[in-house]
Design a protein around this ligand. Structure first.
Ligand code: G3P
Ligand code: MG
Length: 267
């Protein structure tokens, strides 16, 4: 399902596939995203940063070394150079030839099929913002492809959010893009709520170890949603679902579905 408004109607937690089906496929590749769609995830999560020639590409680390056969900073390479690299073999010989996708390629591939959480990496934050800043390029792409109801934009760099709201205001686009504040470090529950409100967030995405039933309650009372990352253990999935999280960001979408079905959520 590609529309967030329709997933919202389902009375069950959402399955968000972290970097695609990361447990079984090379992360942030088309293979991983296709596998997440096949596993019936509600949403895929992916990471974007800029190449040297300022093209948004889908890769998690700021360097190429861990997930490709290249070396050095992503931002030091042109798209043409990155396209020569193999982003699959490190994970398994059967994935040889998987490429680093551009954000646009990925969006075109999934359009009409699944929703997407685009995480903008803090390393791509620029001050002052140039006209082709990453957040501007992401918004332009989402609007050009008419995918606003399929997209949730998140970041650990919360300064992106004001810029995103401003871009929408400047374009006179009345519909609001959904954004989510990512949070790694401990934060008092009321600060978490205030943070989301300040940034007009749709949802709060904390490290899963920061989640408590009280935090969930407080956020939801204020009309906010909570999607913790990254939960791969069955017992913890079960606990968070029983506490009432709106969804879970996981490398294991099929395992998460198994837990959801066992707890007898339908739809
Ligand atoms: O968006 C949730 C999660 O992906 C944030 O952390 O480092 O896996 O991108 P990371
Ligand atoms: Mg991420």
């Amino acid at each position: 399902m590609e529309n967030i408004k329709i997933i919202e109607l389902k009375k069950r937690p959402w399955v968000v596939a972290h970097r695609g089906y990361r447990a079984k496929y090379p992360e942030n590749t088309i293979a991983a995203f296709e596998a997440a769609i096949a596993a019936e995830a509600d949403m895929i999560e992916l990471d974007v940063c800029l190449t040297r020639d300022r093209i948004p590409v889908v890769i998690h680390d700021k360097t190429l070394d861990r997930t490709t056969n290249g070396q050095g900073l992503v931002s030091a390479h042109s798209l043409a150079e990155l396209k020569e690299l193999d982003a699959g073999s490190w994970f398994g010989a059967e994935f040889k030839g998987e490429a680093i996708p551009t954000l646009e390629e990925l969006l075109l591939k999934i359009k009409g099929r699944i929703t997407v959480n685009i995480e903008i990496k803090p390393e791509s934050f620029e001050a002052p913002a140039p006209p082709d800043a990453i957040e501007v390029q992401v918004c332009e792409m989402v609007e050009k492809l008419e995918m606003a109801d399929s997209v949730l934009i998140s970041s650990f760099e919360h300064f992106f959010f004001g810029r995103i709201q401003r871009w929408y205001r400047d374009q006179n686009i009345s519909a609001k893009i959904r954004t989510a504040t990512l949070q790694e470090a401990p934060l008092a529950d009321d600060f978490a709520v205030a943070l989301c409100q300040r940034h007009q967030a749709y949802s709060y995405h904390p490290n899963e170890c920061l989640v408590t039933p009280e935090l969930i309650q407080l956020l939801q009372t204020e009309g906010l949603r909570i999607f913790p990352y990254t939960v791969n253990a069955e017992k913890r999935m079960e606990q968070l679902i029983k506490w009432g999280v709106n969804g879970i960001i996981s490398d294991e979408p099929e395992l998460l579905w198994k837990v959801i079905r066992r707890l007898q959520f339908s739809g």
